[in-house]
Design a protein around this ligand. Structure first.
Ligand SMILES: O=P(O)(O)OC[C@@]1(O)O[C@H](CO)[C@@H](O)[C@@H]1O
Ligand SMILES: [Mn+2]
Length: 450
């Protein structure tokens, strides 16, 4: 299989910081160094904690890690060549092979560097280098440098979480009496709540808090016009047509996979949607896919997933606590499962998955529907390339299609396909930052690629 990074006829170039003034350029020049500086500050602020826990070793590790991260920041800011990884993790080889692919792609006349290579690659690479800096300095290797921002997003969104759990209780209380139309209405509402939960992402804000203050249910109708592609009906009919008689006599789809994005409020919206999919009988099982180490500031790790459910259980809000205990039961019973395959924290475009992570591709083929949350997943679905806006989503997927899939994404990067003729131009004239402000969103579906 041709690796996606080979220039293939008809496939546009990758977004890159080499385009001066582009969003990729501004991200690599401004936002990534800001994120790195916040990481260095966070580690420095926790110096005493490391000393209390690990004594002198903790101090030494703190100092070493900061010096590695400062070196990384200098490489980034002075456009030095991207370096091979040296931490000997299971995926180190795969990362270094990918670096070679990038070098072949660029030819020998110039090195693979931050402002010349694919934006997707160098941005993912930065987060893997942060992980390397920690891994090379036990005993602080398992310290999550983004933890404070993720927990803050959860705590600052409590009003919204309580409102959502109260709504879910109202739906679940008499779920068996609801008509199909009523179920469809709740499905749409909770799908859109999960969609807009994606606005709360800390890497776009370079770590500035952006939690959800009010109940998102109240703003759905005012947000509707900002959904540029709405394939909700296709999602619904995929679930309905996947219905099979289950042991309980109820007909349900077998399995929905949710490729998670951000922790904090967005994760709660995903858990609430997953709860509804099971309680309504639309799905029998939910498989969640998170990240195997801290990624893009706010992405979900196993620790975030477990912590969020424990926090929800521990609250003194009746319906929130009830939800938390229900979610813990789903996990215990295997109705919900959590995975974190290394592929999700590698730089690959998803059209590479079948070749580079056949085990994960096979796992996803077992789903009746795969939901991809967020902007980075959309960038990887479409290869983060300079597609015209009217190119079909199916075309941009370039053969990736383990199962029927749907992207639930707020736009935070300048790649968007599947629009109507003239729709992109109209948006640019009305609102020039429409592709990167997070104000607009898509619910974009693709049936299984044959
Ligand atoms: O995947 P998410 O959390 O919705 O967004 C990821 C993101 O914040 O990071 C990159 C910018 O640095 C963009 O892909 C996008 O803006
Ligand atoms: Mn994210």
């Amino acid at each position: 299989m041709m690796a996606a990074d080979q220039t293939v006829a008809g496939v546009p170039p990758s977004l890159s910081a080499k385009v001066v003034g582009s969003f990729a350029y501004l991200t690599v020049r401004d936002r990534l160094p800001t994120i790195l500086t916040k990481v260095i500050d966070t580690i420095h602020r926790n110096k005493n904690k490391f000393f209390e826990e690990y004594g002198e070793d903790g101090i030494q590790a703190e100092k070493q890690t900061i010096s590695l991260l400062s070196k990384l920041r200098n490489e980034l800011q002075t456009d030095k060549p991207v370096l091979a990884l040296t931490d000997g993790l299971p995926d180190t080889e795969s990362w270094n092979q990918y670096l070679n692919r990038q070098q072949r792609l660029q030819g020998d006349q110039e090195s693979v560097s931050w402002f010349k290579s694919a934006w997707l690659y160098v941005e993912c690479y930065m987060y893997r280098r942060i992980q390397e800096a920690l891994l090379l300095n036990p005993p602080i290797s398992d310290y999550d440098v983004f933890n404070e921002g993720k927990t803050q997003s959860f705590f600052e969104s409590q009003q919204a979480v309580m409102a959502l759990c109260t709504y879910l209780e109202g739906v679940n209380k008499n779920i068996d009496e609801l008509s199909k139309n009523q179920l469809f209405e709740h499905f749409n509402k909770l799908l859109q709540v999960s969609l807009w939960g994606n606005k709360c992402d800390l890497s776009i804000s370079a770590g500035q808090e952006n939690s959800q203050k009010t109940s998102p249910l109240d703003s759905l109708s005012s947000l509707q016009p900002f959904i540029l592609v709405d394939d909700s009906n296709m999602v619904w009919s995929t679930l309905i047509s996947a219905q099979k008689p289950g042991e309980s006599g109820k007909t349900t789809a077998d399995r929905v996979d949710i490729v998670l994005d951000n922790a904090g409020f967005e994760l709660i919206t995903d858990l609430i949607f997953a709860d509804f999919l099971v309680s309504s009988g639309l799905a029998r099982q939910i498989h969640f896919h998170g990240k195997s180490f801290p990624w893009f500031v706010s992405d979900v790790t196993a620790n975030d997933f477990q912590w969020t459910i424990r926090q929800t259980m521990a609250t003194n809000h009746k319906w929130m606590s009830k939800s938390g205990f229900q979610w813990q039961t789903y996990l215990k019973e295997g109705v919900w499962c959590y995975h974190d395959h290394p592929f999700w924290t590698q730089p690959h475009e998803f059209c590479d998955m079948a070749a580079d992570a056949p085990d994960l591709y096979a796992t996803l083929q077992g789903a009746d529907l795969v939901l991809f949350k967020g902007d980075l997943n959309y960038r990887k679905l479409t290869g983060d390339r300079e597609w015209d806006h009217t190119v079909a989503f199916h075309t941009a997927l370039r053969g990736f299609g383990p199962a029927p899939l749907c992207s639930l994404r707020t736009l935070k990067a300048n790649v968007q396909v599947g629009l109507q003729l003239g729709q992109g131009e109209k948006l640019t004239s009305q609102d020039p930052s429409w592709m990167t402000s997070g104000k607009y969103a898509v619910i974009q579906f693709n049936s299984k690629s044959e």
